[in-house]
Design a protein around this ligand. Structure first.
Ligand code: ADP
Ligand code: GLC
Length: 488
């Protein structure tokens, strides 16, 4: 070992969302947190984002690189900055200057040109990868989810002037969205006919964006070690398990963290009262505020379960609807903050109407309220059918809301079940359940309720959770090592 500082690496992160500019889920949090987390490791990471209105607002007007040949019409690259993050915006108003959700039109359906929109993002990334942006020449393209999946394909098949080929990493955050589009689009995506093969972008007769990335990237990562294992199974691989198994030598899982400054109960501006592990009693003011805000009965001694989630099949919240009678029979309350699939939204609205003061839901996306949920709820329910990592259970640990989670993916990796052995050893941080059924969830709710009835045990679990390292530090080191190994 020499004492010399390692060389600085340049990484272009390619993603469709980034906190605080555009967020529909945890992907945004991760993309927004990695640059600062990697800086101490000598890694300069700059995200490339679609030029949605909120992104262009944070970007400078000058063009750093004109891209007249971009799929879907011309575009340009502008530089932006938000907080401490330097990023690049792909300014292409015909593709991205649209209000609201980054993927869905006003009718709630995918924009019909999503293939071209996100192909353009990946194509622009490959242009930067080829060295065409003088001020930032990346060593590695780091592609996130299907929206960036074609980036490794353009490195392979879409020769760019400049000709330089960086290495590439494809990270899977959510396998439920794979980005499959008709093969007739190939030419409009600037992909040559020879790319349409099993060794390229072809996937069951379609152009598969995520498949392309998984096939062609130098490394594949996902966001927890357990989920990395689940990807290789027929149940977890969602049709891609064969590919994951074939490439298992380059597949790994690195846990997400959370931004522990943004998520800090001692200084969080969204709370009614700040607190820390030594002043847990101050949580009561937050619980009261949450109950009041949602119209729940103002009962300090009642166990309050919270949910902060996309309302999607993945999250198992239909199972929780079925478990509400059990939850109420235990004397508990339920508060839900979420938005997503119409039938699940309707289910929670109906449950709230049937059980006023006991069950409440707020259908919508509210960043500040998500913080109050973590500070005010006694327990946070995450009954996911699959969960690549999950971030809400990490915030819950940090905020002393005891996580009650399905034993899958990153939930299994981050919550320590307070079973008899863990309790005896004083290490439990929450409750896990398996299999992911309404019955097992009901069992977990009952177990949480019986732990709640032992205040000393409950407080111990809260403190254990709050002492857990949920920061990015350890994982940033693993990413930095992966990047350096890839270039070695
Ligand atoms: P996923 O990315 O699958 O949605 P994660 O747990 O990884 O799940 O990340 C979800 C992120 O989105 C967290 O930061 C969570 O606080 C936030 N979030 C989810 N739903 C809402 C909502 N309705 N309002 C505010 N924040 C939300
Ligand atoms: C995804 C996953 C979630 C993960 C997040 C960030 O949306 O559903 O488990 O935490 O991405 O990686």
């Amino acid at each position: 070992m020499t004492g010399a500082a390692p060389t600085v690496l340049n990484i272009l992160a390619v993603a469709s969302e980034m906190f605080p500019l555009v967020k529909t889920g945890g992907l945004a949090d991760v993309v927004g947190a990695l640059p600062a987390s990697l800086a101490p490791e000598g890694v300069v990471m700059r995200p490339l984002l679609p030029g949605y209105p909120a992104v262009m607002k944070a970007a400078a007007p000058e063009s750093l690189l004109d891209l007249p040949a971009l799929p879907g019409g011309g575009g340009r690259i502008c530089r932006g900055r938000v907080g401490e993050i330097d990023f690049y915006a792909l300014d292409a108003p015909q593709l991205f200057d649209r209000p609201g959700n980054p993927y869905l039109g006003p009718d709630g359906r995918d924009w019909p040109d999503n293939a071209v929109r996100f192909a353009a993002l990946a194509w622009a990334a490959a242009a930067i990868g080829a060295g065409r942006l003088a001020e930032f020449v990346p060593d590695i393209l780091h592609a996130h989810d299907w929206q960036a999946g074609l980036a490794p394909a353009y490195l392979r098949f879409g020769a760019q002037p400049g000709g330089r080929v960086p290495r590439s990493v494809m990270t899977v955050h959510n396998l439920a969205y794979q980005g499959q589009f008709p093969p007739g689009l190939l030419a409009s995506l600037h992909l040559p006919p020879e790319s349409f093969s099993i060794a390229g972008v072809e996937y069951y007769g379609q152009v598969g964006f995520l498949k392309a990335g998984l096939q062609l990237a130098d490394r594949i990562t996902t966001v927890s070690p357990t989920y990395a294992g689940e990807l290789l199974t027929s149940a977890g691989g969602m049709g891609l398990d064969g590919l994951f198994r074939a490439r298992s030598a380059v597949v790994s899982g690195i846990l997400n963290g959370i931004d522990t400054e943004l998520w800090n109960p001692a200084s969080d501006p969204h709370l009614a009262r700040p607190y820390d592990a030594r002043r847990l009693k101050a949580r009561a003011a937050n619980k009261e505020a949450l109950q009041e805000r949602l119209g729940l009965a103002p009962e300090a001694g009642t166990l309050l379960f919270g949910v902060v989630s996309r309302l999607a099949w993945q999250k198992g919240l239909d199972l929780l609807l079925a478990a509400i009678p059990t939850l109420l029979a235990e004397g508990a309350q339920l508060a839900v903050l979420g938005t997503g699939e119409a039938p699940i939204e309707a289910g929670y609205r109906a449950a709230a109407a049937t059980h006023p003061g006991r069950v409440a839901c707020l259908i919508g996306f509210d960043e500040g309220l998500a913080h109050l949920f973590q500070a005010g709820a006694d327990a946070l329910l995450v009954p996911s059918r699959f969960e690549p990592c999950g971030l809400t259970q990490l915030s819950a640990l940090r905020y002393g809301a005891v996580p009650v989670v399905a034993r899958v993916g990153g939930l299994a990796d981050t919550v320590i079940d307070a079973g008899a052995m863990a309790l005896a050893a004083g290490v439990g941080t929450g409750v896990q359940f398996a299999p992911v059924t309404a019955e097992a969830l009901e069992g977990a709710i009952r177990r949480a309720a019986s732990l709640w009835r032992e205040p000393a045990v409950w407080t111990r679990m809260q403190r254990n959770g709050m002492a857990t390292d949920v920061s990015w530090q350890a994982s940033a080191r693993l990413y930095a090592k992966l990047f350096r190994d890839l270039l070695a």
